[in-house]
Every structure is written in C-alpha cells, then in structure tokens.
Design a protein. Structure first.
Length: 470
C-alpha cells in the first residue's frame, strides 16, 4: 500500500467518525499480505468482527452445505459470480472472502483490491482454519435459496442514548453477524477473554479487565493465601508461564488514554530522540511494539500513570487498591511483565486500543443452559447496538477458566515457594474476590444501568430477563 493510499484509507482525525477510523486502523494493523501481495486476515480476527463486515463465501453448492459447513451470517456468491457481484460495492466496504482452504478467495481478493475495493481480504486458511480454531459452522441448507444475493447492509442508525430494553438486546443477539460461537476448550488453547467494556465492538467473551484483569485477580488471591507479596521477578516468571500454558493475552487501552500517553511522552525530553518523527497512528503502533531499548524504562514510567491506563477496571484498581483487594503496585508490575514480554517479541500479546467514550446502556450477563464442559459452545457477543453499547460479562465462562487458572498457579510451587497450596481454596478465593471487584467496577462505571441475564438455550432459543439495576 502506497503512502497516498494509506492516507486515503486512514484520513486525518475528524474526517470520518472516530469509531470508523479506529476500525480502519485496526484492519490495516491486523492485515497480512502474501509474497504476491494478497490481503489476508486470520480466522481469529474475522471471528471477532461484527455486523459491519461482510463475509462472502465463494464455494460451490456441494461445498457450502458439506462437511465443513459455512459461517452463520455469511453470504454465498459462487466464485464465477462473485467478482461481478462485488465490484459495485462502495470502495470502503469491509469484505472478507472465504473458500475451503483460502486459495480461491485469495485470488479473488487480490483481483477486487486491484479493482478498487480498499477493505477486502481473504480469510487465511478458509473454512479449514475456521473449524480448526474451534469456531462454529452451520450446514443449514437455507443459504442455498440466497445464492448470489448480498444481504442488506448493517444498519448504521443510532438510537437515542439511554438504557437498553430487553427486546433490543434480544434482537441484537438474534442477528448471526452479532454472535459467534466458540468451543470452550479453544479459549484455553488460543482464545482470549476481552474486557466487559462496551466500546469493543468486536465479538467478545467478556470479563472485567479481560485476560489482564483475570491475571491480576489470580495473583491478588494467591498473595492473599501466601500472606506476602510476590516479587516482580516472580510475577514476570508466572506471566511467561501463563503465556506458555494458555496462549493469547488481551490488554486494552482507549484512544483518550493513548493520546494522553503520547502527549506525556512527547513532553519528556528523555524521549525526544527516541520518538523522532513518529506521528501517525500506525507509526505509533509500530514504534510501541518495539521501542528503542534504551528508552523502555522511561516509556514504562508513562504507561503506568493511572490516566494512561485505558482499561477502566485496571485503572480503578490502581486508584482504589483497598476496595479491589489488591496491593497498590500489583497492576503496574503485571503491566511491566506484559510490555517487557511483548517488546521481547511475544506475538500472542494483544494491546488493543478502543475508540471513543462510554455509551453503555446495560450490563448483560451471558449464560448458557446446562453445565459447561470443555466441548460446550460459548457465544461471543458484539457489545455494539445502534450507537449504544453494553457491558458484556460471561460469568459461567469466567468461573470455569478461574478454576483452570487456580490449578495453574497452585502448580507453580518452584516460583511462589508454597508447596502445600491446593487449587480449590485458591479457586474459591479468586471467585470471591472477583465478585467484589466486579461490583466495584460496575459501581464506578455503570451506575443506574439495568442488569440483564441473557440465556442461550440448547434448542437455539434465547431469553432476556432483567435481574436488577446497578
């Protein structure tokens, strides 16, 4: 992509809505290219995208309802028709093309990009990769009746600000483009827990603070049972082992905190030479993914200022440690472990920047009928609805994963030096502290909002019940 093309795709701040600009920045930041220039997105990235991205399956009729199935919410336009059908789309329409293994979709994505589509990509590995990662596919033959038909564009209307109603939430999750399904076991291998923050408009499994919040939670409970603080070295070693064991690790900020962080660094004369001419959003992403070694400890001083911690849950922990049951510098030590490991080249670490301010209209607890097992299907929910957001919390999933985290931490006896620690007392301590922390964060960020339980039944139905008010 030329500089001129990139400037057109990511225009100056204010030229397009902030959420749209952040989407484009994230699209480009996550995009890969083959040696021949084919635009590619990983299946995991595709699964997180909400209603604004068109998924186009270009396979033949016998494939679309065959063993691999297709992604719910996708359109079906066989390869022979697809180029003509898609060339007329507006140039900045986000389109992901899907085939069996990615070869046919890659060829078409390259053609369409050269033809003028600016946000088009092939899903790397196709449906084979999708299923291998544990995402749900369907073989419903109803799609055969929609051959060659593009579904209506996702509505961009915005409702009036205010609390969300139960019927609005039910309508939102009834759209297959707003809900993806993932096997619970896949989260342990290569999935992630995102924050409950409603500004993340991708499909998420939500918990306060995401993976970072859960790790801080586990360490705080562990320190409570040990009766002493872990050293920074012990925390870094536990962090690395957690990454080796469970894979991906999610931490988020937001645009306001990120801008304040950058402004703070620019005012620090110690960083002037290291920053140089870094200016645009993608330049900052590249710079922060591997900053000059000599500047890293200075950069970290700025990262740890509460105003620069864009995750409200983590920031509140640093501001109210007693209320959250953590010691004052625990969050900073986890952040240090995160960035030190990321700067060393760990690709599993995600540092996501969310757009805009909070416009949440509800707290939604996602519940699945029956007992969760490793093979259970878990709904990933997009928190964005008609310009309003919702705090998305998956309490059952979090409880299951906290049991795994407790077992993992209890096993690390050579690090925390407590040979008699059993997983069950640690799990109970984690869950008790988690409830207190969730209540504290909702009290700070979600006061007055309705709380709903959103149930997914085994027969495919859903039920929304209001269970309280924050």
């Amino acid at each position: 992509m030329t500089t001129e093309q990139q400037d057109e795709l990511i225009p100056p701040i204010g030229a397009i809505p902030q959420g749209e600009r952040m989407f484009r920045v994230n699209w480009v930041a996550n995009l890969d290219r083959s040696p021949s220039g084919v635009p590619l997105h990983e299946a995991e990235y595709v699964a997180r995208q909400g209603r604004g991205v068109r998924l186009i399956d270009i396979r033949e009729p016998d494939e679309i309802t065959g063993p691999l199935g297709y992604i719910p919410g996708s359109d079906w336009i066989p390869r022979a028709q697809a180029r003509a059908a898609l060339e007329g789309l507006p140039p900045f329409t986000p389109v992901v093309l899907i085939s069996r293994g990615g070869e046919r979709s890659a060829t078409l994505a390259h053609e369409l990009e050269r033809g003028g589509l600016r946000l088009v990509a092939s899903m790397r590995g196709g449906m084979i990769a999708w299923r291998a990662l544990g995402f749900h596919a369907t073989r419903d033959p109803a799609i055969l009746e929609r051959r060659g038909v593009l579904s209506a564009s996702a509505e961009t209307r915005e409702r009036e600000p205010g609390p969300l109603r139960a019927d609005e939430i039910e309508a939102h999750v009834g759209d297959p483009r707003s809900t993806r399904w993932l096997k619970l076991a896949a989260i342990l291998l290569h999935g992630r827990q995102a924050c409950v923050d409603g500004r993340d408009d991708s499909s998420v499994v939500g918990t306060p603070g995401g993976d970072a919040g859960e790790f801080v939670l586990g360490l705080a409970a562990l320190e409570g049972l040990l009766g002493r603080a872990l050293s920074p070295g012990q925390i870094e070693e536990l962090f690395r082992r957690r990454l080796d064991t469970f894979g991906r690790f999610y931490l988020h900020s937001d645009i306001n905190a990120a801008n304040g962080f950058i402004k703070s660094m620019r005012s620090d004369e110690r960083l002037t030479a290291a920053i140089g001419s870094t200016f645009e959003a993608l330049e900052w992403r590249r710079w922060l993914s591997e900053p000059p070694v000599a500047a890293r400890e200075t950069i970290f001083e700025h990262i740890c200022q509460p105003a620069h911690i864009g995750c409200g849950h983590l920031r509140l922990m640093t501001q109210h440690p007693a209320q959250y049951g953590v010691r004052g510098d625990l969050v900073q030590q986890v952040l240090h472990a995160f960035f030190t490991t990321r700067w060393a080249g760990a690709v599993e670490l995600e540092n996501v920047v969310l757009p805009g301010g909070h416009r949440e209209g509800a707290v939604v607890n996602i519940r699945v009928e029956g007992r969760l097992n490793a093979y259970s299907w878990i709904p990933l929910i997009s928190p964005a609805y008609a310009g309003t957001q919702m705090f998305v919390n998956h309490p059952q999933v979090s409880d299951y994963l906290r049991g795994q985290l407790a077992a993992f931490l209890a096993d690390q006896t050579d690090v925390h030096e407590h040979t008699g620690l059993e997983p069950e007392p640690l799990r109970r301590a984690i869950c008790e502290l988690a409830g207190n922390q969730l209540g504290a964060t909702l009290g700070h960020l979600a006061g007055g909002l309705p709380i709903y339980d959103l149930w997914f039944h085994r027969d495919g139905g859903t039920r929304v019940e209001q269970v309280g008010v924050v």
